[in-house]
Design a protein around this ligand. Structure first.
Ligand code: UDP
Length: 373
């Protein structure tokens, strides 16, 4: 069969590969001039630093199959994400751990003491936290919430944490020991030469053609037996019911020499600092040495028609609109909607790959079932 994959990011590449290995012809198109979607990495021409062009991406998963898959396509180096936060005139360790708690409150508590101390501040009347704010007040209490989450989240999402779902905060652990690893997954690492070579390796199969600088036009669908769409779900329908809301990011890129901030990611919790974080990209590849440095000051904003969508906003208005688009998508034959934009969900890379493998499997089973006499 002739399959069209719209988008050369992780979803498109993984599905194309699975279909090509099963003997189908896969054509992958992307409107951009490069593969790998928002995971795209490239070397800065002046300093040689490997830059995460669309913001930092750190691979972490509990899915052994996905970990084995990516390791077939690149050498992964061990990498631990250890984030810092500048808030209220001091630098703290994130995610909130015993060091953060002891520094913030000027104490020397052991784990059990800290647990009791935080529990005493927490609003235990919130039995079932539904919003981001309720989740924070229930599990870390008002002081830590104000220092690390309230201002940052208002900047990041452009709305009150009282309007956001608790699930966003549940991405972050709170620890009563000195473990400052941002993630708790078993497998964590960075591809040695960045993510674009990973995606290039996945796409490297004689059954796959890749066309860059190639936006989708509707008559392409007619020339293929099936389309996998990893672009924006509403974009497929020409936004005719209205636009699903996204947050977009602006990166103020600057160069420095040596080590400018001493870590890969410095968050800024205070509301009067206009950016959310600064990333120093050389620290994402600590096995490399570069004299120069490349940094991104990261600002979040509402996503306009010409901006790159990053984070789906799943508030009440969007959920209602989403269910209308999902119904449309379900009724659209020969098109499968995949990935973060195609399904309008806040997906990490590992989940994106797992879902892409599943989508390819489901498609291949359906093709086989139809072919049976
Ligand atoms: N967050 C925060 N302060 C921080 C880091 C994160 O308030 O210093 C909140 C913010 O709302 C963010 C969410 O926690 O959207 C999830 O954080 P994560 O680091 O997973 O966000 P990502 O790296 O995907 O932007």
């Amino acid at each position: 069969m002739r399959i069209l994959l719209v988008g050369a990011g992780l979803s498109g590449a993984v599905i194309a590969r699975a279909l090509a290995e099963a003997g189908h012809r896969a054509t992958v198109i992307d409107a951009r001039a490069h593969i790998a979607g928002n995971c795209h990495t490239e070397r800065d021409a002046e300093t040689g630093v490997l830059v995460h062009v669309y913001g930092p991406h750190i691979f972490h998963t509990d899915d052994e199959g996905v970990w084995a898959y990516v390791n077939r396509h690149a050498r992964f180096r061990p990498y631990r994400n250890r984030v810092k936060s500048t808030a209220q005139g001091a630098v703290y360790s994130l995610p909130i751990n015993l060091h953060t708690i002891n520094q913030f409150f000027g104490r020397t508590m052991r784990p059990d003491e800290a647990r009791r101390f935080i529990e005493a501040q927490a609003d235990t009347s919130i039995a079932d936290p539904r919003t981001f704010e309720e989740q924070a007040l229930r599990f870390v209490g008002p002081d830590l919430y104000r220092a690390f989450f309230k201002g940052y989240t208002e900047k990041q999402w452009g709305c009150s944490p009282a309007d956001l779902p608790a699930s966003i905060l549940k991405r972050l652990p709170v620890r009563f020991n000195y473990d400052d690893n941002y993630f708790f997954h078993r497998f964590q690492g960075m591809p040695e030469d960045g993510y674009t070579p990973v995606v290039a390796s996945i796409l490297d199969h004689p059954g796959i053609d890749v066309h860059l600088d190639t936006p989708f036009v509707s008559d392409m669908a007619a020339r293929h037996d099936h389309v996998f769409w990893s672009g924006p779900l509403d974009g497929y329908f020409g936004y005719d019911l209205g636009r699903l809301g996204y947050r977009s990011l602006t990166f103020e890129r600057f160069r420095a020499t040596g080590d400018w901030q001493g870590c890969a990611v410095m968050n800024y919790g205070d509301p009067d600092v206009p950016f959310t974080r600064i990333t120093e990209h050389k620290h994402f590849a600590p096995w490399e040495t570069h004299e120069g440095s490349v940094l991104y000051r990261e600002y979040s904003k509402a996503c306009g028609a010409d901006d790159t969508p990053y984070y789906p906003i799943r508030l009440v208005r969007e959920k209602a609109l989403l269910s209308q688009y999902v119904a449309r998508a379900a009724g659209t034959g020969n098109v499968t909607f995949v990935g973060r934009l195609g399904t309008y969900r806040y997906l990490d890379m590992d989940v994106t790959i797992r879902e892409a493998l599943n989508a390819a499997d489901a498609f291949l089973h359906a093709v086989q079932a139809n072919a049976r006499p």
